[in-house]
Design a protein around this ligand. Structure first.
Ligand SMILES: [Zn+2]
Length: 95
């Protein structure tokens, strides 16, 4: 990770302070990274899109699917497990 390259940090009386500041930024970056991994691109918990309209029965892998063109409400992104729990089936245009 590029964040280990703090080659421009001066060594001196301020070192302790800078190390603490750098460390908390590191933790924040790591936290964001973990959150991204947990909620963003986990393949076990795949994200799909559904139309919230009352007649919608499908879920979609793509927000730009042609099956969503007639959707009159906003799209909701949720896990594929939640979509199935709501009784949704995979859109007929996708496989
Ligand atoms: Zn679709």
């Amino acid at each position: 990770m590029a964040y280990y390259k703090y080659s421009n940090i001066p060594v001196g009386d301020n070192q302790a302070h800078l190390t603490v500041a750098g460390s908390s930024i590191m933790h924040l970056v790591l936290l964001l990274f973990t959150l991204l991994l947990a909620f963003g691109c986990s393949s076990d918990d795949q994200r799909v899109y559904i139309c919230k309209g009352p007649h919608s029965l499908r879920y979609h892998h793509s927000a730009h699917c042609r099956g969503l063109k007639h959707c009159s409400t906003e799209l909701t992104k949720l896990s594929i497990e939640d979509a199935k729990r709501m009784g949704r089936n995979l859109c007929g245009y996708e496989d």
